[in-house]
Design a protein around this ligand. Structure first.
Ligand SMILES: Nc1ncnc2c1ncn2[C@@H]1O[C@H](COP(=O)(O)OP(=O)(O)OP(=O)(O)O)[C@@H](O)[C@H]1O
Ligand SMILES: [Mg+2]
Length: 173
């Protein structure tokens, strides 16, 4: 059953806390391959949220916005996160704001990245609607009187399970 959640993030700290909660939900599922899309205006808080997810997966060092590079890859050390399976999982932070031609898709290696094995966090998915697979979770950032409203929608069983976890974490918070 598709699931949707509407949350209010009053300030940047709340957006960061949501990213951390999403990372915890992913870790509870042993960090599976997943596609998470983030939509919203320039400056809505998409990169802020992605950064918080990556920090929750113990990515250290600089996490810069991939607005120009299109993709920033991160090797996630599964062992230090006490996860099963292989030693590394890749997380790809993708920003399609400047994406214009389908040729770029293969040139940038996006097809391989989106093969379901890795965690893909994609800003501006609406710039490549025909090329992206169905997201497990889609987040839509909307301006609110104070801060942002964020609507999260699941597009798969995994996505629904992640949102379920998020909802119970919020209820317990
Ligand atoms: N819930 C919030 N309420 C108010 N401000 C926020 C909130 N979350 C993030 N911000 C602030 O809004 C800005 C968001 O910038 P960010 O780079 O994350 O946006 P973006 O959606 O990735 O934009 P772009 O489309 O240009 O990549 C930052 O300055 C951040 O501090
Ligand atoms: Mg951004």
């Amino acid at each position: 059953m598709p699931m949707s959640l509407r949350l209010h993030c009053a300030d940047e700290a709340a957006t960061v806390a949501l990213g951390a909660a999403l990372a915890r939900a992913l870790l509870q599922h042993d960090l599976p391959g997943a596609l998470i899309t983030l939509r919203g205006d320039l400056g809505a808080g998409k990169t802020t949220l992605v950064r918080a997810i990556l920090r929750g997966l113990k990515v250290t060092g600089r996490i810069k916005s991939p607005s120009y590079a299109l993709v920033e890859p991160y090797a996630i050390d599964r062992k230090s996160l006490e996860l099963k399976g292989t030693l590394q999982t890749y997380a790809y932070h993708i920003d399609l704001y400047r994406f214009s031609s389908p040729d770029e898709w293969d040139d940038a290696g996006l097809r391989e990245m989106l093969d379901g094995q890795s965690l893909c966090l994609v800003e501006w998915p609406e710039h490549a609607p025909a090329l992206l697979p169905q997201a497990d979770v889609d987040l839509a950032f909307k301006p609110a009187a104070e801060g942002r409203a964020i609507v999260l929608q699941s597009g798969s069983a995994l996505g629904a399970a992640l949102l379920q976890q998020l909802a119970s974490a919020q209820a317990g918070a």
